[in-house]
Design a protein around this ligand. Structure first.
Ligand SMILES: C[S@@+](CC[C@H](N)C(=O)[O-])C[C@H]1O[C@@H](n2cnc3c(N)ncnc32)[C@H](O)[C@@H]1O
Length: 196
């Protein structure tokens, strides 16, 4: 898909880093492209790179809302200035960009996202914020989508501090909707999808 590779080039040109396995992210891109979301919520933005690539799978002028608490990572890479750079880039391309700085499980931030969405469910949500069990479950419960929810790091081989695989198994057990797993690497990563 040309748009996908153009998106990766944009990320590189802006000097940003994407924390996804490229082959798995391409498969996610195809699923998102099939629904052409008009509204997309990214939980866990890091440097805004997901938004840059996935914007190319969205409808023109889509509303893209990112939530990130902006805490400094182990490698000391900047989050907020990088997200601002990514959002400015996408704003100039005609997208309606909104950034909510804070903890995605805090009531005030959930309400802010709701207001930004005009109290409608977004078409697409990508959950890749806090990777503890409760944080993943909270994001899953607080940010429902109309067409597609994706959850990153569902691979059982994710590190010992990552509980997303356990949360994902529970979600699959509890939710009766169609699910899909994209796991193309032996180590970490993996994307869980819930449709409709
Ligand atoms: C794995 S990184 C996201 C990677 C990004 N999606 C990408 O592919 O480039 C996780 C991000 O979630 C943010 N985060 C962690 N816990 C959070 C929370 N409770 N609320 C909001 N953001 C959180 C971190 O600051 C970090 O930027």
């Amino acid at each position: 898909m040309i748009e996908f590779h153009e998106g990766l080039k944009d990320v590189a040109d802006l000097g940003l880093r994407l924390v996804q396995h490229e082959s798995e992210f391409l498969e996610l891109f195809k699923r998102v492209h099939a629904i052409q979301p008009k509204t997309y919520v990214q939980i866990g933005s890091f440097q805004g790179a997901c938004e840059i690539v996935l914007s190319r799978a969205c409808a023109p002028g889509a509303t893209i809302i990112s939530v990130d608490n902006g805490t400094e990572g182990r490698k000391g890479e900047p989050r907020i200035p990088a997200i601002a750079k990514a959002h400015e880039f996408l704003q100039l391309k005609g997208f309606n960009m909104c950034f909510v700085e804070g903890d995605s499980s805090k009531d005030i931030n959930i309400r802010t996202v709701n207001i930004l969405l005009g109290r409608m469910k977004p078409d697409f949500v990508y959950i890749d914020g806090g990777h503890k069990f409760q944080q993943t479950m909270d994001d899953w419960n607080h940010y429902p989508a109309d067409k597609l929810v994706a959850i990153h790091d569902i691979n059982k081989k994710c590190g010992k501090n990552v509980d997303t695989p356990r949360a994902w198994r529970l979600i699959m057990d509890l939710d009766e909707r169609e699910t899909e797993e994209i796991i193309l690497h032996v180590e970490n990563g993996g994307v869980g999808l819930i449709y409709g």
